[in-house]
Design a binder for this molecule. Structure first.
Ligand code: LLP
Length: 435
């Protein structure tokens, strides 16, 4: 089980009681203190991933801005940390924007995305001075131009273009292919640039693409960059368009299991920055500001989910089921994408792994399987299961299915644990009901 510790935040260790220690805190003690399911975020890991992206890209391409994709998980405490680390934010809704605004995040460093932004959201964004709007379609271009005219501003915009590249990931999270709801198809990109440049109240500064998520190869990025730089050169020739910003989206992968190695950040940085530099040279383009939007790669490994074991059920010759007190309500990813995770028993880390089990949740669906077929020490009710890699796209996609209460979230740092989101209660989930 010790080898699995490589999937946890750096400096995760085991204490003399055989308990998992994350951010200097005994995970078993935290489970007792705050209850389960509990999501832990290791502050040092969050901060070091921010720094890693800034350094790895920045040392190869000085004019890089790292924008955290807040859909991977945001709340007030995290927004404040990303602000301190000097990152920008990618938001896709008035809600994400509102969280950023509520903690005084500098909104000039925000990029507002989305394939169907409402007039209210766009109006609010312009009122608050959001730095860039990433325009997805012609309807939005017209709408934004009208809103900007009313407000008397001239917001900076990027156009989201779909470069038609297959990123070799799960089809639900492949976004830069031709058949996608996101962005302008490449073939319509010229019309979009023409209209954006002639819109009197908009300032077109660049192009955006995001080819998908959990991309384990660098090649799709290189291909997409080449497509976009060719397109930019064509637009310069045709309309005098100047590419000041190239936003290449996110998608950088992390290892959820030990058998899925992924490129280090340095490999993505090397491939992406060198392709931008050579591509611009080939096309005679000035080097644009480079924007990257990592989400998962910043938060996934920093986050660990803790569950308590309850019912244990062996079906002879079939399967051993171990039920925990969370499941698809707090982590829909196994059910939705077939995502795989590993786990350790936080109170028995030294014990030999002897039994093949399937960890299931407490929700009323047979598909509520957290981890199928994992070998762990002999389990008994009350044991604490720790699932690494739970920091991205679990909590933000969590639901109140079965009127369950979404988990508490704790930030751990050098032996201190700070509650940054309390567990929901019955009052929370009935608050909006009217009788
Ligand atoms: N930029 C844009 C425009 C995006 O749409 C996304 C993710 C990102 C950046 C960040 O991608 P990341 O670095 O996190 O891969 N729920 C799915 C992932 C959905 C990703 C949506 N867009 C999952 O659980 O795997």
């Amino acid at each position: 089980m010790i080898a699995r510790l490589s999937l946890f935040p750096a400096k995760t260790r085991v204490n003399e009681r055989g308990h998992l220690v994350i951010g200097g805190c005994d995970a078993v003690a935290l489970a007792s203190e705050f209850g389960t399911p509990l999501y832990l975020f290791d502050e040092a890991s969050l901060r070091s991933q921010c720094a890693r992206f800034k350094t790895e890209f920045g040392q190869r391409y000085a004019d890089t801005a790292v924008i955290y994709a807040s859909k991977a998980f945001i709340n007030k405490a995290l927004a404040a940390i990303f602000n301190q680390e000097g990152l920008g934010l990618d938001v896709v809704s008035g809600g994400e924007l509102g969280i950023a605004q509520s903690v005084g995040f500098p909104l000039a460093r925000v990029y507002f995305h989305g394939n169907n932004k409402t007039a209210e959201e766009l109006t609010q964004a312009l009122e608050w001075g959001v730095g860039h709007i990433v325009v997805d379609n012609l309807g939005e271009l017209r709408l934004l131009n009208e809103i900007a005219a009313k407000q008397g501003g001239k917001p900076d915009i990027l156009l989201r273009i779909s470069p038609g590249i297959d990123p070799h990931t799960h089809r639900y999270i492949a976004t830069g292919v031709t058949d996608t709801k996101f962005g302008f198809p490449l073939a319509d990109g010229g019309e979009a640039v023409a209209q954006a440049m002639s819109a009197p109240n908009l300032n077109l500064v660049g192009l955006h693409f995001h080819i998908g998520s959990l991309i384990t190869e660098v090649k799709p990025y290189e291909q997409a960059i080449e497509v976009m730089l060719n397109f930019a050169a064509e637009m310069r020739l045709k309309y005098g368009f100047e590419l000041s910003e190239l936003n290449i989206g996110g998608g950088f992968a992390v290892s959820y299991t030990r058998d899925t190695p992924v490129p280090p950040v340095s490999a993505y940085a090397e491939a992406i920055t060198s392709r931008v530099i050579t591509g611009c040279r080939e096309q005679g383009l000035a080097l644009p500001r480079l924007i990257i939007e990592p989400g998962r790669a910043i938060v996934a490994t920093a986050g660990v989910a803790l569950y308590r074991v309850g019912a244990i059920k062996g079906i002879p010759g079939v399967r051993n089921y171990v039920a925990v007190d969370g499941g698809m309500g707090d982590n829909i990813r196994p059910a939705l994408y077939g995502a795989r995770y590993e786990a350790v028993v936080a109170n028995k880390v030294w014990e030999k792994t002897t039994t093949k089990i399937t960890i299931v949740g407490r929700f009323c669906e047979s598909g509520d399987i957290l981890i199928r077929d994992i070998t762990l020490p002999q389990l008994t009710a009350g044991d604490i299961i720790a699932v690494p890699g739970s920091g991205a796209y679990c909590l933000p996609m969590a639901s109140n299915y079965n009127a369950s209460f979404r988990p508490a979230v704790v930030l751990v740092r050098v032996g201190n644990a700070r509650l940054i989101r309390r567990r929901e209660t019955l009052d929370d989930i009935t608050r909006c009901d009217l009788v």
